[in-house]
Design a protein around this ligand. Structure first.
Ligand code: ADP
Ligand code: ZN
Ligand code: ZN
Length: 744
């Protein structure tokens, strides 16, 4: 390994800043430097402040005048905190997404390490009963009812509790706890946050032949790089295939990295992993506090956690001995970061698997067109699970034409009858409406005024229970107007229907049934969704009503009817991906029906029963639906047949983004490429964003397209560095989004 002492001693440091280059520093004054290696964090003077960067290389000379180089202020690690494989992954991502290496490296670190904390696994305080505490006679605490209550809480829970749990379950507990500790009944300990295995482990069902074939293919792929697309209808038992793959990897003494869209939304998957594997599982997601995240990260790095389950950014977690990467619901948009470092975790993961020489499995019932295309081109191995596992049959899907039908608060008579029938049989009904709040907006019945957001080109959403109008784009809110600001009328009415309103209607329509609303408003607090899902587990005669949160892979065996209240919302989207999204969403929601013993039914209300898109979806073959979409994309020369990037700009005036983007486009047209020919990339625009004004800023974009990746990147590499020199660049905030997933 190179160390500074072998060389003249220049450290190249990547620092989180918009500037793309690394910065040269001298070793710290008077410090022994022969242990310095790339991957260590250092604190450095930067401008007028101090920043934390990562050493990326040691060099013998610098382009900067040595007299102007400054020494670094401190070395923060004893060893490379960013191991070499993550360094090279970050280098690749920085080049591919055209984003500063310092920012990319910072994004690979948990917050506390980014802020300069010591890289050390630290415990969290937990309180637990000891033997004496368990045996306390309640009589002894007759005159101290709070102490008794706290003691009994710990007795009931039967496990150590941390401060967070005590805050929720008891409140104001610290003084009382101290009394109990003083009495010698309670012990205070430190616990690291690795998930402790649960005792009751479930055993594997016998795999069906499709599952077995998929498992065999994955087992054969172990030990080398290969991408496998696990394309299995909802309920086909993809999770069992994951289990089998993980089992093999653990047996070989290696680690498995599992990426999921959002752990908070899929608590069941985690529970199933815990039940199957009696090994520590490290979690990495935004619901954890910073300390817990750092612990998980360090334990993954040290190899102490054989299984790591995490969301998007977990793709950068260092692992001592990684054997496989699994991505569940690979089509999910949350794998793409939509701001700052705009990477796609699936694509980074594929690159990582390739670098590490291990297989990667992408699982979904509705694979992205990109992945399907790759499978059809033979770049991915295509594993199909065409049928539901066990005894469950596929649901029956029907369109309900609501044209000219009387709707009661958005429900057609046919829908209401079907709901009643399923409830009468003691089954559960799931209703899907992808709009939270009471109504999409407020309208003046006298003059037609609409409650719009002043900072966005959007309506304010009516939240009746909270007496608010709220913009879902910029979060601004105000009290519900009592009078029309235009004509003074007091006849202001909700327009359209959100989940809050539908729930209110259902309470009236089905007074004897429990109505459970599941959306971001009703599950805001931590643990609330888990609590609701628990209430639903094994429940009877309930109506679950919710947004796309309900589409996320939940296993709800008693749901036999799924009703989609408004399929028209997604039919006419502006983005070229809206049809794909819409199809995925409907199929995922429909997939919640009939996963248990009884056959499921899916009813879709629409004003456009002839729409080819809807008919494509209900033929119930995602593969064919996707083929049609792929044919359209191919004709329209859109991804995955071409490669795109979007240059976005925003400013406080409408003209400035447009001027910047026009200048950028002109510069792109002029620039001859290395062969002397004109640029091989096509530039389209600028055009205003679909929502031009958001949070008080005007937005526009320029689309860059090319026939292959190399052309696109070649162009961007030469073009982007020049953009900051444009005089217009100083007046806007601009960014580049490679492989943009949304063109809005
Ligand atoms: P997916 O993730 O593909 O939607 P799951 O893995 O959740 O499907 O499986 C759906 C249900 O089928 C689960 O209850 C699971 O336990 C069950 N299951 C999976 N494989 C089998 C099998 N081979 N035999 C019987 N039941 C199975
Ligand atoms: Zn009015
Ligand atoms: Zn707004």
């Amino acid at each position: 390994m190179q160390t500074v002492s072998d060389l003249a001693g220049i450290l190249q440091v990547a620092i989180p800043s918009p500037l793309p280059q690394t910065f040269d520093y001298l070793p710290p004054v008077g410090d022994a430097v022969d242990h310095l290696v790339p991957g260590m964090r250092v604190r450095v003077p930067f401008g007028r402040s101090q920043k934390i960067g990562v050493v990326v290389a040691l060099a013998s000379a610098s382009a900067v005048d040595p007299a102007r180089l400054k020494p670094i202020s401190a070395i923060l690690d004893d060893d490379a905190i960013v191991p070499s494989e993550i360094q090279s992954l970050a280098q690749w991502a920085s080049r591919y997404y055209h984003y500063s290496l310092g920012e990319v490296l910072a994004a690979t670190l948990p917050t506390l390490l980014r802020q300069g904390d010591e890289a050390k696994v630290s415990g969290e305080k937990v309180w637990s009963l000891n033997a004496a505490g368990m045996a306390v006679d309640p009589e002894r605490l007759k005159r101290a009812p709070r102490q008794l209550a706290l003691l009994q809480l710990l007795q009931q829970r039967g496990k150590p509790l941390n401060a967070g749990a005590l805050d929720v379950q008891f409140g104001n507990w610290r003084g009382i706890m101290r009394n109990l500790v003083d009495k010698g009944w309670i012990e205070l300990a430190e616990q690291t946050t690795l998930i402790v295995p649960v005792a009751e482990t479930s055993c594997a069902p016998e795999l069906n032949s499709a599952q077995q074939a998929a498992c065999d293919a994955i087992h054969n792929a172990l030990g080398g790089f290969e991408s496998l697309l696990l394309d299995g209808v909802t309920g086909s038992g993809k999770t069992e295939v994951y289990f089998s793959a993980v089992e093999q990897v653990l047996r070989a003494g290696q680690q498995a990295l599992i990426l999921v869209p959002e752990i908070g939304l899929t608590p069941q998957l985690l529970k199933r992993f815990q039940a199957r594997f009696a090994v520590p599982i490290a979690l990495l997601h935004s619901g954890l506090n910073d300390k817990a995240r750092m612990n998980s990260w360090l334990q993954a790095k040290a190899g102490a956690a054989p299984i790591i389950i995490g969301t998007r950014s977990a793709v950068f977690t260092p692992m001592k001995n990684l054997g496989i990467i699994l991505i569940d619901e690979e089509h999910d948009l949350s794998f793409k970061q939509q701001e700052g470092f705009r990477y796609h975790a699936r694509d980074v993961a594929i690159r990582r698997a390739q670098q590490a020489g291990i297989p990667i499995v992408l699982g979904s019932a509705t694979p992205s067109l990109e992945s399907l295309h790759n499978a059809r081109q033979g770049r991915f191995q295509h594993l199909l699970l065409p049928e539901r596992a066990g005894n469950a049959a596929p649901p029956r899907i029907r369109l309900l034409d609501v044209c000219q039908q009387k709707l009661t608060e958005g429900f057609s008579l046919m829908m209401l009858q079907a709901i009643q029938q399923h409830l009468d049989k003691g089954q559960q009904v799931l209703l899907f409406l992808n709009r939270r709040g009471y109504a999409p907006t407020l309208i003046c019945h006298d003059c037609g005024w609409l409650a719009n957001c002043q900072r966005c080109d959007a309506h304010m959403i009516l939240h009746k229970a909270r007496h608010l109008l709220r913009c879902h784009h910029c979060d601004s809110q105000r009290r519900i107007d009592s009078q029309c600001p235009d004509c003074g009328s007091v006849d202001l009415r909700p327009l359209g229907q959100g989940t809050e309103r539908a729930a209110e209607a259902l309470v009236e329509l089905f007074p004897n049934n429990e109505i459970i609303r599941i959306d971001r408003d009703s599950t805001r607090r931590k643990g609330e969704l888990q609590a609701v899902l628990k209430q639903v587990e094994g429940g009877k005669g309930q109506i679950l009503l919710g947004t796309q949160m309900l589409a996320k892979g939940h296993h709800l065996p008693n749901v036999t009817l799924v009703g989609i209240l408004d399929a028209d919302q997604g039919l006419f989207g502006l983005d070229f991906r809206s049809s794909e999204r819409m199809g995925q969403l409907i199929i995922q929601v429909a997939g919640r029906a009939g996963r248990g013993e009884s056959r499921g039914e899916v009813l879709i209300q629409t004003h456009h029963p002839q729409h080819p898109l809807l008919n494509g979806i209900i033929t119930h073959d995602y593969g064919r639906f996707a083929s049609d979409l792929l044919a359209e994309r191919s004709q329209a020369m859109l991804p995955p047949f071409r490669y795109i990037a979007v240059l976005r700009a925003e400013a406080s005036s409408r003209e400035m983004p447009n001027e910047f983007l026009s200048a950028a486009r002109d510069m792109g047209f002029q620039r001859p490429n290395t062969q002397g020919a004109h640029c091989p990339a096509e530039l389209l625009g600028p055009i205003p964003a679909a929502m031009e004004k958001r949070a008080g800023r005007y937005r526009a974009q320029l689309l860059i397209q090319a026939d292959n990746r190399a052309q696109l990147h070649n162009f961007l590499r030469h073009w982007l560095p020049q953009l900051s020199q444009l005089p217009q660049a100083k007046k806007v905030r601009w960014s580049i989004d490679v492989d943009a997933m949304e063109l809005s």
